[in-house]
Design a binder for this molecule. Structure first.
Ligand code: ZN
Length: 132
């Protein structure tokens, strides 16, 4: 397993990229709207992992709610798994609270599923299975 990316909630990608890209020196290699999650994302590789900047595309986006409550910050940690269905089945068996019982399509066509923060010490956990 490895960390696929860290999701960071921002009010706007343009403003956020001034720090992460211009000042820190990471490169934004991919920007995409994920309709399903009502977010626009920017992906910035960092070692074998990435920073995923998230901007809400509507007022009822989960990111809008997060920004209202916390004003920004780390929104989720995404762990890469080989078999997302097997990982979900194991988590369920162990009593974890799943937000997604079935994987859905995330950024770049990956299969993703979220695990509720109440099962992961307050951290929203995203499972990611890359599609080859
Ligand atoms: Zn993510």
């Amino acid at each position: 397993m490895k960390i696929n990316h860290l999701g960071i909630a921002t009010k706007g990608l343009t403003e956020a990229l001034k720090f992460w890209e211009d000042a820190l020196g990471l490169e934004n290699v991919h920007t995409e709207v994920v309709e399903d999650q009502k977010v626009r994302v920017a992906m910035l590789p960092l070692g074998e992992s990435r920073i995923e900047l998230l901007e809400p595309t509507s007022e009822d986006s989960p990111i809008s709610k997060f920004l209202e409550k916390r004003g920004g910050g780390i929104h989720h940690v995404a762990v890469e798994v080989d078999d997302i269905k097997a990982a979900l089945a194991k988590l369920k068996k162990e009593g974890a609270r799943l937000i997604d019982e079935e994987p859905r399509i995330g950024a770049e066509g990956c299969l993703v599923a979220f695990v509720h923060p109440s099962s992961a010490n307050g951290v929203l956990l995203e499972l990611v299975q890359s599609i080859e």
